[in-house]
Ligand binder design. Structure first.
Ligand code: ZN
Length: 299
């Protein structure tokens, strides 16, 4: 069957000039991944219709993630526990951008594990989370969490955290514009996204990695250059930092077994120096898996 039902178009710059990156997309047999030949953005096409997308995030996302990432997503309790290390990884990166007087909003706050970490360093935290089970878990733990951004009645914030959200959005520029309207003067938007130049994809030849990496929920996968472009198009300024989430064991398991889940496997004899110098090498060359961005208003 012909995969393309409409004109393939870059949703950020509007160009129809593209190169095929992957015809295999996990969970979306009718979609493919393209690179825009004008702005270089890597994008999925076609993407889910809006109604299907809304229903997916309300009720299917956790099951989808459990299928990909394993038992850390089987319940809100398991998720909260298994993401403690992720919160600890993020904290030193964000601490320089937090003040004790700050009000913090996190979009896609899940069980509230990261807001729980941040709450000790700022004056207030609030989350937006469409999943009922995860939102209720956060509420029970004392993290104020609403279903939609609109539920906050145009309240403004000093810090807005969006971790692994921007790549899921059909209109990332429009969304950043929306956030700009609820950001206080002098405020910061803290963003993390996967880096499309990840060494597992761009340098190592691992046949199973691409088909796992390209997935129906990632409408755009950014590089240092294209993330900056999207932020600048929304009239904001940005500083970018390379970050690495996955360790050397994870990479070795991908090479040996062609599958995820190897994180920490050889920790008993891999020294912290080894891990740290591997991670530094990837970051130095922007072959790391993650981009951390600090976005500010240019007024
Ligand atoms: Zn483009």
């Amino acid at each position: 069957m012909n995969k393309i039902t409409n004109t393939i178009i870059c949703r950020v710059c509007g160009s129809t000039d593209h190169a095929l990156v992957s015809s295999t997309v996990s969970g979306a047999s009718d979609s493919a991944v393209y690179r825009c030949l004008d702005c270089e953005l890597v994008y999925l096409f076609p993407i889910m219709p809006e109604e299907e997308e809304a229903a997916f995030y309300i009720s299917e996302f956790e099951d989808y993630m459990e299928g990909r990432s394993g038992p850390g997503w089987e319940s809100p309790e398991a998720h909260f526990r298994s993401y403690q290390a992720e919160g600890e990884r993020r904290l030193p990166l964000v601490r320089p951008y937090l003040s004790p007087d700050d009000s913090v909003l996190e979009i896609g706050s899940s069980t509230g594990y990261f807001l729980d970490d941040l709450s000790g360093y700022v004056s207030s935290v609030v989350g937006v989370e469409p999943s009922v089970a995860y939102r209720n878990y956060a509420l029970k733990s004392g993290i104020h969490t609403v279903e939609y951004l609109d539920d906050l009645n145009d309240a403004k914030f000093d810090v807005i955290a969006i971790y692994y959200v921007l790549e899921h959005l059909r209109d990332p520029v429009g969304y950043l514009n929306q956030l700009q309207a609820i950001l206080n003067k002098g405020g910061r938007i803290l963003i993390e996204v996967p880096n499309v130049d990840d060494v597992l994809l761009s340098r190592y030849d691992i046949p199973n990695f691409g088909p796992f990496y390209w997935q129906k929920v990632h409408y755009h996968v950014f590089s240092q250059r294209t993330l900056k472009d999207v932020v600048v198009r929304s009239g904001l300024e940005v500083q970018l930092f390379p970050a690495q989430r996955y360790d050397l064991s994870n990479h070795m398991v991908w090479m040996m077994e062609g599958k995820p889940g190897g994180m920490g496997r050889y920790i008993d004899f891999f020294s912290t120096e080894l891990e740290s110098s591997y991670s530094s090498a990837l970051k130095r060359h922007w072959l790391c898996d993650t981009i951390f961005a600090v976005v500010t208003k240019n007024d």
